[in-house]
Structures are given as C-alpha cells and as structure tokens.
Design a protein around this ligand. Structure first.
Ligand SMILES: NC(=O)c1ccc[n+]([C@@H]2O[C@H](COP(=O)([O-])OP(=O)(O)OC[C@H]3O[C@@H](n4cnc5c(N)ncnc54)[C@H](OP(=O)(O)O)[C@@H]3O)[C@@H](O)[C@H]2O)c1
Length: 341
C-alpha cells in the first residue's frame, strides 16, 4: 500500500473498527494559513497535493473549509496510482449540519469520487436561517442528531464516518445513545507535544475510535499558530533528533504513530515530505519523556491562539466561547479550569 521509501514505522497501516485499512502517515491538504486563499494559488496548492502523492502519501485529509476538495479530486485523477490505494478524508462543515446529505453530495461531487471517511468537523453547528449564529449545545440539530443522519451515508459512496474535535464529554453521550449504531471510525483532534491528549487518546482507542492528530507539528518551526521554539529548541527534541538522525518534527510524528495515532502533517517541501516518512521506533523511556514534555514546556492548545480568533467570542452568560461553546461545553476543561483531555 504505502510506497517503499518509508521506514517500517512510516509505512504503518492501522485497521479501523469497520475493517478499513489506513496508512498512519497522511498528508494534510489545508494550505498553510487556513482555508481561504486566492484563486491564483489554486494550481500551486494542487501541486502540493500531487507532490505529497508522489512522495508516497496515501491518506489525504481535506474538508469543505480548506477549499481543497476539488484539488484533491484533480490530483487523484491525474495520478496513475489506483484510487483504492488512497484513504480520502473530508468533513461536514459546522454551517452545513442542517443538510448532511446535501453537504456530503457536494463534497463528493467536488472530489469526483467516493469518500473513504466523512467526519463531522466540529460538534458545533450554526443556525440554518442565520449562518452567523452558532447553536447552543442542546439546540437542534444537536451533534447526536447530525451524527445519526451521517450514519445513513455509509455505503458504496462513504466507507466510514467519524467525528472531529470531540472529547470524552461529547463522545460519551454519542456512544451511549440508543439510536447510534455506527461507532465513529476516527476522531480528528489537535494533538501536539504541548497538547498530548493523554486521556482522550486512550479513551478513543479503548472505544475502537482511531485518533487522528491535526496540527501534529504545532504548525512546524515557522508556525502560523504560535511560537514553537519551546518545542523545536528544546534539549529533548534536539537529543532525539541527533540520536535518530531525524528532524525534531519527524520525532514528533514517530511519537504519535507509536501511540496509535494517524497523523496528517502538511508540508510544502519535497525534502520534508520525504524526511517525515522516515519514522523511528522510540524506546519506552523516550515515549514517556515525550508524553510528559508538556509538564515542563507548559500546556498549550493551538486552538486558543490568535489564528483561531474567527471562532472565539465573549458570549453573554457564558464567557469565552469557540463557535458558541465554552471550553466546558467542548469538554476541554472542567468548571475549575482543569484540562480534561
Ligand atoms: N480537523 C481540524 O479541525 C483541523 C484543524 C487544523 C488542521 N487540520 C488538518 O491538519 C493538517 C496539518 O495541520 P497544520 O498544517 O495546521 O499543522 P502541522 O502539520 O502541525 O504543521 C505544518 C507545518 O509544519 C512544517 N513542517 C513539516 N514538516 C516539518 C518538520 N519535519 N519539522 C518542522 N516543521 C515541519 C510545514 O512547513 P513546510 O511547508 O515548510 O514543510 C508546515 O508549515 C492540515 O493540513 C489539515 O488537514 C485539521
């Protein structure tokens, strides 16, 4: 399946709860800087996707919000690699939760092919008649109602369904709902060294849900999200880079895949695309050191950073909310501010 230029770890294949087999090392098809980019850059962005395919990547993560579904579709048609070798992931946007079937069909048309994994991008949705108003957690269509509609999609055009940015708080009611008969195959969440999700990753794995790490490199050395020198200049990453003769970024990807997590890093560089496939097998002690890195570096969600200001607001009666939900509603923290993930 994956091409031979990867190390055995880089060629890891995970089996999902429905039997789908997915290369653990994927490519994030979001252009650096986010979803909106000028039409003049579309050929360039398509060339990045083609470059990743040529470098051996077979899992491709896109979404309506990244505006790259059509470009992924074009790249798939232009390669001689058979379609069935790929796992194509795309997502239901929060603004489309009132029209699950319609949104799925639009994505499928843009891709020009079936969708391997269709993810609810966030648990939040927006008002059908006022697209600027986020729905409250209990307001219909709730994420459970939306997920039930997604279940009806599974079939020849949709290999599996999953969720994104879910936590134990949002997953538990979903998994316990009597009308939910399809366990999500994946949960795509922010996981990076300063937000390692030491509780949520095992919870997902124990429940048969494969975690996917978005932003696994915290945006890399010149991150659009945050200052990442705390990670990339840290003696731990420098020592492991030197021991395995890998970049610090590749050490991070090794740590994640070894935890059972699919990773979807983005890169515009052919050199880094190739290097990132040379994953190492880390020792148990090194895994533990990386798991506890956030204790000395400090916990940090990139989602809290200014890059995501489009979603953060002060909501009367609720405090700070992201797309209408507080960090408690999202299950990121409890009422006292303790991290729950
Ligand atoms: N579900 C969600 O809510 C959500 C949110 C955000 C993102 N995502 C997904 O996650 C994917 C990846 O996220 P992201 O691009 O934001 O963050 P990322 O993958 O953590 O960082 C990408 C950046 O890291 C650099 N990089 C690549 N390899 C590196 C290495 N070995 N060492 C250091 N830096 C390296 C790249 O620079 P060069 O181009 O110079 O190599 C690129 O700018 C997106 O494409 C998207 O598919 C999902």
């Amino acid at each position: 399946m994956a091409s031979s230029n990867a190390t055995p770890q880089g060629a890891t294949i995970f089996e999902l709860n429905n039997g789908q087999k997915v290369p653990a090392l994927g490519f994030g098809a979001m252009k650096k800087g986010g979803g909106t980019f000028p039409a003049s850059e579309r050929d360039y962005v398509k060339s990045l996707i083609a470059q990743a395919i040529n470098a051996g990547y077979r899992t491709i993560d896109t979404s309506r919000l990244y505006q790259t579904e059509d470009l992924v579709g074009q790249a798939l048609r232009e390669t001689s690699i058979p379609r069935e070798e790929f796992t194509i992931i795309t997502k239901l946007a929060p603004s489309d939760t009132h029209d699950v079937r319609g949104a799925f069909e639009r994505s499928r048309a843009l891709l020009g092919t079936y969708i391997d994994i269709y993810i609810m991008h966030w648990p939040q949705g927006f008002d059908k008649d006022d697209p600027s108003r986020p729905l409250d957690p209990g307001e219909s269509p709730t994420y459970i109602e939306v997920y039930k509609k997604m279940q009806e999609l599974v079939g020849p055009e949709c290999g599996g369904i999953g969720v994104g940015n879910f936590t134990i708080r949002t997953l538990e009611p979903l998994l316990n709902d009597p009308g939910v008969y399809v366990v999500p195959v994946v949960n795509e969440i922010e996981i990076q060294p300063r937000n390692p999700n030491l509780k949520l990753v095992p919870y997902c794995l124990e429940n048969g849900i494969r975690p996917i790490a978005w932003g696994p490199l915290a945006g890399g050395i010149s991150s659009q999200y945050t200052n990442t020198t705390t990670i990339y200049d840290d003696p731990l990453f420098k020592a492991l880079s030197s021991k395995y003769d890998l970049s610090a970024g590749t050490v991070i990807l090794s740590w994640l895949v070894q935890r059972g997590v699919i990773v979807v890093p983005h890169s515009s560089s052919p050199t880094r695309l190739a290097q990132n496939r040379q994953l190492a097998e880390l020792t148990e002690d090194e895994m533990q050191e990386l798991n506890s890195f956030h204790e000395k570096a400090g916990r940090q969600r990139v989602t809290d950073e200014a890059f995501f200001d489009f979603g953060w607001k002060d909501t009367p009666g609720k405090g700070r909310t992201f797309m209408g939900w507080s960090v408690v509603d999202l299950g990121w923290e409890d009422e006292e501010g303790n991290w729950l993930t």
